[in-house]
Write a protein that binds this ligand. Structure first.
Ligand SMILES: [Ca+2]
Ligand SMILES: [Ca+2]
Length: 403
């Protein structure tokens, strides 16, 4: 009996092995099939967007388990150039002409291609490479605001003066954390695939005074609803080299309050600390503090004259390496810099593809119409007050002119 069981066990063992080897139970494999339905032609003016939205039917795609990818390309200068990897193509061209636009859909091992033509007509516009309209200027307090010669008392005057300052490249002072300017292009800056698209030029003429070397953070807006305005839900942040660092604080807000007129200054321990309780600020992280009035700024009004008695600025707050190199006197400083994705750094060219939504998720933008540049640092550097940056202009680096 025992012998019989052993024999039976070994038989089962041999049988199951041979079953695995010779007759594996594998479900029949059916390769995915792809069906693309794409209109045969499209028309658009140059620097305008036409949406090309094919119907793509995939069968046996494993309920989406099999990775599906899209690649749009166009023949430019006898070379097939990739222009998008999205399912839906937002086609925009800097040059008029007739383009053959190809789509390749890949699902597992299955590849399917389709193509269409886009006729891009001239629109006789000589666009400007620079964003030439100031939409908003809202600096944070700082004594350097008055260095620009901007002495407006109401916002309408102010905008006209800032507009002139930008055209004359005389430098626009943004103050400390959250201070910003918004400018608008006269065309949509194209998000050229795989390339950087625009540059943010800060005024570095005062860079020897380290106060003016804070890198500037950048936000972009694409006028998706074509109402000519940057609507709140059209803004996206450029996630530069600092964006994912643990020291970065997103959605930071500071409320600045107007200093009390005629109050007695409270001197600090350093000779330059004229009034250490000069300008009160609070943050949305329950912090409270004062911006000190220093000997360098004691004859200046730090608070923008045209503002109400308090105002709030917001943005992503970034940490920057700062070192006092004056033996504790706080009169001389070394200030660090950031890697990529900011204004006022070694290479301030920006790729629109670096844009993220408010949850930090990458977004695809075909181009942008508005750029916001703001100060993302909040660092006191002794007698020099706070770290700040000075805006010059924003420029499309791939603009094509055409008659
Ligand atoms: Ca790009
Ligand atoms: Ca809009």
């Amino acid at each position: 009996m025992k012998k019989y069981i052993l024999l039976l066990l070994s038989f089962i063992f041999i049988y199951s092995c041979s079953s695995d080897d010779d007759n594996p139970i594998i479900p029949p494999v059916v390769a995915p099939s792809i069906d693309i339905n794409l209109a045969s032609s499209f028309e658009v003016k140059r620097y305008n967007i036409v949406e090309i939205d094919p119907t793509i039917d995939i069968k046996n795609g494993g309920d989406g388990d099999i990775v599906t990818s899209y690649q749009w390309s166009v023949v430019l200068e006898n070379k097939d150039s990739i222009i998008s990897d999205q399912k839906k193509l937002q086609f925009i061209s800097p040059q008029s002409g007739k383009y053959t636009v190809g789509l390749t859909v890949t699902c597992g091992e299955t590849i399917e291609k389709a193509s269409t033509t886009v006729t891009v007509s001239a629109n006789n516009n000589q666009f400007l490479n620079r964003a030439n309209t100031v939409i908003e200027y809202n600096p944070a307090p700082d004594f350097s605001l008055q260095w620009s010669g901007i002495f407006a008392t109401d916002e309408t005057d102010l905008l006209a003066q800032i507009q002139d300052a930008m055209i004359n490249e005389s430098g626009i002072y943004l103050g400390t954390f959250g201070g910003y300017i918004i400018t608008k292009f006269d065309h949509t800056v194209i998000n050229t695939y795989g390339q950087r698209d625009f540059i943010v030029e800060m005024d570095m003429s005062l860079a020897d005074m380290k106060k003016f070397t804070s890198p500037a953070a950048i936000m972009v807006a694409y006028d998706a609803n074509k109402n000519g305005m940057a609507d709140p839900d059209e803004w996206y942040e450029i996630a530069g080299s600092e964006y994912h660092k643990s020291t970065t604080i997103k959605n930071y807000e500071i409320t600045y309050s107007r200093p009390q007129a005629g109050k007695s200054p409270i001197a600090g321990t350093h000779s330059w600390e004229y009034d250490i309780e000069y300008l009160k600020w609070t943050s949305n992280k329950d912090e409270v503090g004062y911006i000190a009035q220093t000997s360098m700024g004691m004859y200046s009004d730090y608070y923008p004259a045209w503002k109400a008695d308090s105002y709030t600025l917001q943005g992503t707050k970034l940490a920057i390496p700062i070192k006092d190199v004056s033996d504790g006197e706080q009169t001389s400083w070394n200030v660090g810099t950031f890697g990529w994705g900011y204004g006022g750094i070694k290479d301030s060219r920006i790729d629109i593809s670096w844009a993220v939504d408010k949850n930090g998720k990458k977004v695809y933008l075909p181009g942008i119409d508005f750029v916001k540049v703001y100060v993302p640092t909040f660092n006191a550097i002794g007698d020099w007050g706070y770290l700040t940056s000075v805006f010059k202009y924003v420029e499309d680096i791939n603009l094509v002119l055409e008659n």
